[in-house]
Design a protein around this ligand. Structure first.
Ligand SMILES: C[S@@+](CC[C@H](N)C(=O)[O-])C[C@H]1O[C@@H](n2cnc3c(N)ncnc32)[C@H](O)[C@@H]1O
Length: 659
């Protein structure tokens, strides 16, 4: 049950070098929200190449060259789409059949408008999602967001609100604890307790997040259902589906109802679809969707929920029934036609199919990273996996950053004076740098609430210890990652564990190098430009991330910019010959990770750490990807010609080219 609205999560990204294989950090946004562009560095390379070409043409033809061809950009909608439902009354169980045609015309104008809009959104017809992006100097190549993307964005927005409320609740709990310990009466000291309402009642953050974003609307509202074939009362003939509501059945899988169903949650959401005339997407799959079994689900089509009623089912218990009718023009498919692909998380190494390396980190990481290959015959392992000989033909696995000999890292910042763990954002100096709050919540071992220009973590000179929440990105790998071979993209990475949105996945590790050192390198797929500054300034058409205006760094930005007329990333991370698991993470036009610049020791943004965080709740075995952020036609080969690389990410809205 999802509603749709906008959200853009930004990221910094990797790029290839000299046309071929350079990863750059500057891309932004997770798939849907912005232009892809070349890094300033790539632009400079392009300008150089153009200049050379121009001179050549002048010599050849004794005339001026066309030096100003504009880079093609893909502008993807940044418009907000709101479909906000409000709490609906709960109904009785024994309901007369009500059809959408019979819905009483007593809804006010606002609700009526919302209904109209909701229906359009669900059908992907809402015109507002085709608004062009911000860069007025380029003719917008408008790409309409798919319904799928809109749902994803809505979930991201929900996750952001959810994490904000988790933080609020965590503060409330801390305040209660501190309040209990604090001396009362005359001895009471002011300033011990954070300013939160300790008497306030706990309320589930997820429910709060829903009501915040959707308070004016009827809620819950279903946008998709999974036809699982798990209910004995289902009737499914492709055009007309009689769908049984949720709950009350035997969870052993024998399809038996053992209790009455109640008009709540999914059942209420579908009733609201009838009342509001909002269509739902039908997905054919299996009940265990929610257990992340790795099966593939197939989108069937859009259906109108035309009617609902309650009746006694085969086993004599009350079940809710919904009649769904396929909208005209939608393709047909029945559950029996769907081919499931089973992907199961192995319980032990002996269960791993296609195992070619037990741990590519050779024991360096706390959690081993196996590599599997079910593609090649004979199966090869990633080149770093030759620990027996100690020789590495390709690259060497390293879990922490190596620094090139000609780079001197800045001195570490003074840090905060907190003891043990940091908890009061008013007194913690590091929290103040983040806009007087901690960027993370404690839940699930630390989750980033939202993408920022830069995250300031506690570091070597801080009084707190490693368990401090403001060191979330410093705690090493948490999830069981696997490197696996793909047919078209080489190696790729996935997780065996569920990864919640905002959780740190890994840092991009390699050799910290000056970018100029790599100017002559033509074949390196693993270079990541550290260009947080460009993202912060919104240069090259980049969207700026939300950031607290009190940040000293932001206030000094104009000065920084004056000093550097050309904002070219000065440093990069080269994971070509040494690196960690991040070097195997592929690009996707619809990624589930985003890049976040983090400062945890010194405060020089040009040398920030590059972290990958989960942008979504990521189920096990889903490939982990981020947006490399290439502008099309921004990559040049040594011959000065534009290089092109096909993208095989497989996303619905894939733009078909990596660069
Ligand atoms: C940082 S590496 C990623 C790991 C790489 N697949 C490997 O086998 O080592 C980047 C390179 O992977 C490949 N790649 C990544 N994402 C891709 C995509 N969506 N489509 C095609 N190739 C991709 C390209 O060759 C790219 O230059």
């Amino acid at each position: 049950m999802v509603v749709q609205s906008p959200h853009s999560v930004e990221s910094s990204v990797p790029t290839p070098k000299n046309g071929s294989r350079r990863v750059n950090t500057q891309g932004k946004g997770l798939s849907v929200s912005g232009q892809r562009r070349a890094s300033a560095r790539l632009q400079a390379a392009k300008q150089r190449a153009e200049k050379e070409l121009s001179v050549k043409r002048r010599v050849d033809h004794d005339e001026h060259a066309d030096g100003g061809s504009s880079r093609k950009k893909v502008n993807v909608d940044t418009e907000k789409v709101n479909l906000k439902p409000k709490h609906a009354q709960s109904g009785t169980q024994q309901l007369p059949a009500i059809s959408s045609d019979q819905t009483e015309p007593k809804m006010n104008e606002k609700v009526a408008k919302m209904v109209e809009r909701a229906a359009k959104i669900a059908e992907g017809l809402d015109g507002t999602n085709a608004t062009n992006a911000t860069n007025a100097t380029n003719a917008p190549n408008v790409v309409e967001k798919s319904a799928h993307i809109k749902v994803k964005e809505t979930i991201r927005l929900f996750n952001k609100h959810y994490l904000h409320f988790v933080q609020e609740e965590e503060k409330r709990c801390t305040a209660v604890k501190v309040d209990k310990k604090a001396p009362k009466g005359k001895n009471a000291k002011k300033g011990n307790v954070p300013e939160v309402d300790v008497k306030g009642k706990a309320k589930r953050p997820d429910l709060k997040a829903i009501s915040k974003e959707y308070e004016h609307y009827i809620f819950p509202l279903a946008v998709a259902i999974v036809l699982s074939g798990m209910y004995e009362d289902d009737l499914d003939n492709a055009e007309d589906v009689v769908y049984t509501g949720q709950g009350g059945h035997d969870l052993t899988g024998n399809k038996r109802q053992i209790r009455d169903q109640v008009l709540e949650r999914g059942n209420l959401a579908l009733k609201n679809c009838v009342d509001l005339g909002v269509p739902v997407r039908v997905i054919r799959g299996h009940e265990s969707a929610s257990s992340y079994s790795g099966k593939v689900y197939t989108y069937d089509g859009l259906y109108k929920v035309v009617q609902y009623w309650a009746e006694k089912g085969i086993s004599g218990f009350t079940v809710f029934k919904y009649r769904l009718r396929r909208l005209e023009g939608q393709p047909t498919l029945t559950t029996s036609q769907v081919q499931f692909t089973y992907g199961r998380v192995p319980k032990s190494p002996s269960e791993i199919r296609g195992l070619v390396c037990e741990d590519i980190s050779g024991g360096q990481e706390d959690v081993p990273i196996p590599a599997t290959n079910l593609v090649d015959n004979p199966p090869v392992a990633p080149t770093a996996c030759a620990p027996a000989s100690g020789l590495f033909e390709g690259y060497k696995y390293c879990k922490s950053m190596k620094v090139a000999h000609n780079i001197k890292l800045p001195v570490n910042a003074a840090g905060c004076d907190c003891k043990g763990v940091c908890w009061d954002p008013k007194t913690c100096a590091c929290a103040r740098l983040n806009g007087s709050d901690f960027p993370y919540v404690h839940r699930d071992g630390g989750r980033l609430i939202e993408a920022k220009h830069v995250v300031f973590e506690c570091g070597p000179n801080c009084g707190c210890g490693l368990s401090c929440v403001n060191r979330t990105s410093q705690k090493g790998l948490k999830y069981r990652l696997e490197v696996f071979r793909t047919p078209k993209k080489g190696w790729a990475v996935r997780s065996w564990d569920f990864i919640p949105s905002g959780a740190p996945v890994c840092e991009y590790i390699g050799l910290l190098t000056r970018t100029e050192e790599l100017d002559s390198v033509s074949e390196n797929n693993y270079i990541f430009d550290i260009d947080c500054l460009q993202t912060m300034r919104g240069l090259g058409g980049r969207e700026r991330r939300q950031q607290d205006a009190s940040l000293p760094m932001i206030q000094n930005m104009d000065k920084i910019d004056e000093q550097r007329s050309e904002s070219v990333p000065e440093f990069c991370i080269d994971a070509g010959s040494m690196g960690n698991v991040a070097r195997f993470i592929n690009h996707s036009c619809e990624p589930n990770l985003f890049i976040q610049c983090v400062l945890s020791a010194h405060q020089d943004i040009k040398l920030a750490r590059v972290m990958l965080f989960a942008a979504d709740n990521i189920p096990p075995l889903q490939e982990l990807t981020y947006d490399y952020g290439y502008a099309l036609d921004s990559v040049y080969g040594p011959d000065g010609k534009v290089k092109r690389m096909p993208c095989y990410c497989g996303a619905e809205d894939c733009r078909k080219r990596l660069f």
